[in-house]
Design a protein around this ligand. Structure first.
Ligand code: PEP
Ligand code: MG
Length: 584
């Protein structure tokens, strides 16, 4: 078997070697469903759409494979196209739908099964192989017809590397429980929630590979290099040896970090900054403590609402928040209120998909429209505040009106608790995530109503540069060090300090070694990141003076292109810690 090297976007660091487990290779359960005479044209048009979309998908893939790996590898898709363009098959499906008045997905599935049966009985090896083409194309069409993504993750174990077209953040949460070795996906960007989750649970991941599911077969040996974004399929002996050595080197480096565990994040001239962890699930607390991190700068509570059929009750939430508060006590835990939407959906709420979900009905917008859900969460946080040092933070605030409305609902929640004679901390601090450009530009106004700011760069970058954070095709435009982003960050920090409140950052940017000097120089007070990133960030902070960082930030602000800033930032980091960081 030939070694194949695929290049994607590094999403979560680490190197793993394991067996591929392909998701989306399942047989769908297609139920028999009758349709009325009137519905038939709609069924037929659904089928046509699914065929067009599948055709487009296959052609796209064929082009990419031809470009990246040569035309001979792309030929397999010709056979796939033949299946989808088979007039006999298409006609048979449409005729049967009209005659039998059954849903198109069911009829298509039946016809497909019959085709596969016929091919399985022929002697000819070449024709026999067409079964896998039929099944592959059939699954694609059905995926479009059923609006499905991929099968569940039952049956996976810790030795496998999951290979999927796409994974939802809730799939990633499931993988945490199954302790998979790593995962790779065709689509997705560096700050998609699937990627973020992978970092939190310390699972190596590469996303945006585009052709992974078409090039990797179930059971193939693969190397996943989450540091460089490479995936090697059927590695040669020498490659395997090379990666074993790399793994050893990473192990050596990770020996340095524990020595920093109990030391403060303080610059050479004595300025201390706060390093906190981002978590998605309370189960991550042991990982946080292992890394010597004492505070939580962002608890993404929406994961609590995922992977379940019902909404969590106030009581259930109270127990979870109380557990986190007690586990981190006396240190602070910032609980971000429900930030659903974007790439995080909750099946139990049956919310229709927005055309542009990141700009749609999400986060605080949803919570203000559903005070029943929002207030249940607020009451749970308030009650849990008695057991530790909790703070509240609202996501996606775009202006002060929203902040005032949210605070009004917070006051209502307090009143409801008083009526029930339940206790809470009345002076609980309330902060705002600054992740929308309009908020970044009106921080002076927002600061009057907020106890702190935390910059959500993942969204701030996507909104200010108009780049979908989950789309691998525009990933090249997603530049954290774009001058526009740097100016916004500077504006937020200055406005916060002017108003006398602290400013943190909980976007992925704060855990990137190359960006730390710059952010320190801009005056950031708190850095919140996946716990595993804390040691390396602490090491950098302890190696510079405030003055050095300020000079670096000044110089960076004078550059006109993001890539120049990045180059400059990497050079500076290399100068400060040459043993650990290369110039590029
Ligand atoms: C952000 O947008 O930077 C952030 C931290 O929130 P999330 O990634 O959950 O949108
Ligand atoms: Mg966000």
């Amino acid at each position: 078997m030939n070694e194949i090297v695929l290049r994607g976007i590094p999403a979560s660091p680490g190197i793993k070697i394991g067996q591929a487990y392909l998701l989306g290779q399942e047989d769908y359960v297609v139920l028999k469903r009758s349709v009325s005479e009137k519905q038939i044209p709609f069924e037929v048009s659904r089928f046509e759409d699914a065929l067009i979309n599948t055709r487009r998908e296959i052609l796209d893939l064929q082009n990419k494979v031809a470009e990246g790996m040569g035309t001979e590898h792309a030929e397999i898709f010709d056979a796939h196209l033949l299946v989808i363009e088979d007039r006999m098959l298409i006609e048979e499906v449409i005729t049967r739908v009209k005659k039998e008045k059954l849903a198109i997905d069911y009829v298509f599935y039946q016809v497909l099964k019959r085709y596969a049966d016929v091919f399985s009985k022929v002697e000819d090896e070449y024709l026999k192989e067409r079964i896998s083409d039929i099944n592959d194309v059939g699954r694609r069409v059905l995926r479009h017809l059923l609006g499905k993504k991929s099968k569940g993750l039952e049956g996976i174990s810790s030795s496998v590397i999951v290979v999927a077209h796409d994974l939802s953040p809730s799939d990633t949460a499931t993988m945490h429980h199954k302790k998979v070795a790593g995962f790779i996906t065709d689509i997705g960007g560096k700050t998609s929630h699937t990627a973020i989750m992978a970092k939190s649970i310390e699972t190596p991941a590469v996303v945006g590979l585009e052709i992974a599911t078409s090039q990797i077969k179930d059971g193939n040996t693969i190397i996943i290099d989450g540091n460089s974004g490479l995936v090697i399929v059927n590695p040669r002996h020498e490659t395997l040896n090379k990666y074993q050595r790399k793994k050893e080197k990473i192990k050596d480096l990770s020996k340095v970090y524990p020595t920093l565990k109990d030391l403060p994040a303080v610059t050479l001239d004595g300025r201390e900054v706060k390093l906190s962890a981002n978590i998605e699930l309370p189960e991550e607390i042991p990982i946080v403590l292992e890394h010597g991190v004492h505070s939580i700068g962002l608890y993404r509570t929406e994961f609590f609402y995922m992977n379940r059929k019902d909404l969590p009750s106030e009581e259930e939430q109270f127990k979870a928040y109380r557990y986190v508060a007690e586990a981190m006590k006396p240190h602070s835990v910032i609980i971000r209120t429900l930030d659903l939407g974007g790439d995080k959906f909750l099946s139990q709420l049956q919310i229709p998909h927005d055309m542009t979900p990141f700009l749609g009905w999400r986060a605080i917008r949803f919570c203000l429209a559903r005070p029943d859900i929002f207030k249940a969460q607020l009451r749970a946080i308030l009650r849990a505040s008695m057991y530790g040092n909790l703070k509240i933070m609202y996501p996606m605030i775009s202006g002060v009106e929203e902040l005032k409305q949210a605070n009004k609902l917070l006051e209502d929640s307090k009143k409801e608790l008083r009526a029930k004679k339940l206790i809470y901390k009345d002076d609980i601090e309330v902060g705002v995530m600054i992740e929308v450009p309009s908020a970044a530009l009106t921080c002076d106004i927002l600061s009057k109503e907020a106890a702190f700011f935390s910059i959500g760069t993942n969204d701030l970058i996507q909104y200010s540069l108009a780049v979908d954070r989950t789309n691998e095709k525009v990933a090249y435009l997603y530049e954290p060090l774009h001058p526009a982003v740097l100016r916004l960050i500077k504006n937020i920090i200055n406005a916060g300090h002017k108003a006398g409140i602290w400013v943190g950052m909980c976007g992925e940017m704060s855990g990137e070694p190359a960006f730390v000097l710059l952010l320190l120089g801009l005056g950031l007070d708190e850095f919140s990141m996946p716990a595993s990133a804390v040691p390396r960030i602490k090491q950098i902070i302890r190696a510079v003076t405030t003055k050095q960082a300020e000079v670096i930030a000044q110089e960076a602000l004078s550059l006109s292109e993001g890539k120049d800033v990045e180059k400059f930032a990497k050079e500076q980091l290399h100068k400060i810690l040459p043993k650990y960081y290369t110039r590029t």
